[in-house]
Design a protein around this ligand. Structure first.
Ligand SMILES: Nc1nc2c(ncn2[C@@H]2O[C@H](COP(=O)(O)OP(=O)(O)O)[C@@H](O)[C@H]2O)c(=O)[nH]1
Ligand SMILES: [Mg+2]
Length: 244
């Protein structure tokens, strides 16, 4: 049996729910949470029992600010499943806009509202894009740049997507779109979740718009993208491309 623990909600939900998945982000979390809370949005941290104590820090931030909540999961269950669980909570509670954002300092709070506004305006998915005019990546080594570029070429080709940055993890969905996506049918547990969600959005006929962002390499700690994650993502996208 899986164990979940969610801190209690103290205020009615704000329009947008900003979900921050964490696994070992103790050195980064506080700065990200404070940047988002300055903009007034609800924060939901989804922590997978991080060994570095990120979960305890998140609890402290939640105790000090009713706009911050934490979903604790008993072990590392994957990025995709973290978002899936958070979206189910937000849908139940009545949030109108659902934001994905990394908790490692790569995504700037100053790019957040333009993404939310674009989602609201389009009625679908707005992606914070590194690969369009005005977008950029700061501080990534060449192998990370190649991996990200390669992943985008791979999924654009196999899934026939026109989106320039299918793998970006800084994005916003409208309630209408998320309610139309069958979360139970999602096959991705890990990073391919991002690609699968773009694929499903396009197949449902919802618009996808891109907003330029400046992506900065994580402030502290290490990336959780492993060889295993990459292989699983390649397979999952291949599976999606042949399934109806
Ligand atoms: N809850 C949870 N968060 C995760 C998991 N894997 C990665 N994350 C978080 O997802 C975000 C993106 O991960 P990161 O390692 O920075 O990926 P990268 O930016 O592609 O290198 C970070 O906030 C991580 O802490 C996971 O299995 N569970
Ligand atoms: Mg990162």
């Amino acid at each position: 049996m899986s164990e979940r623990r969610l801190t209690e909600r103290k205020f009615p939900p704000t329009d947008a729910l900003v979900v921050l998945p964490t696994f070992n982000e103790h050195e980064n979390l506080e700065r990200v949470v404070s940047g988002v809370r300055h903009l007034g949005h609800d924060v939901l941290v989804v922590d997978d029992a991080s060994p570095d104590g990120t979960g305890d820090l998140a609890d402290k931030l939640a105790a000090a600010d009713g706009g911050v909540r934490v979903l604790h999961r008993e072990r590392k269950l994957g990025l995709g499943s973290a978002y899936e669980d958070a979206f189910r909570i937000g849908l139940k509670e009545g949030s109108r806009l659902f934001v994905e954002m990394d908790a490692d300092g790569s995504h700037r709070p100053s790019d957040l509202n333009p993404i939310i506004d674009a989602a609201r305006g389009s009625g679908g998915l707005a992606i914070g894009s590194r690969y369009m005019r005005g977008g950029s990546i700061i501080g990534w080594p060449v192998h990370r740049l190649l991996l990200s570029r390669g992943a985008n070429v791979y999924c654009r080709t196999l899934l026939r997507l026109k989106v320039r940055d299918c793998t970006s993890g800084f994005r916003c969905y409208t309630r209408d779109l998320l309610a139309s996506i069958k979360l139970d049918a999602i096959v991705s547990q890990g990073y391919s979740f991002q690609i699968e969600m773009v694929h499903r959005t396009v197949r449902l006929g919802y618009p996808v718009v891109e907003v330029p962002i400046r992506f900065e390499d994580r402030v502290a700690g290490a990336s959780k993208v492993s060889q295993g994650e990459i292989s699983r993502a390649l397979w999952t996208v291949l599976r999606l491309s042949v399934s109806k």
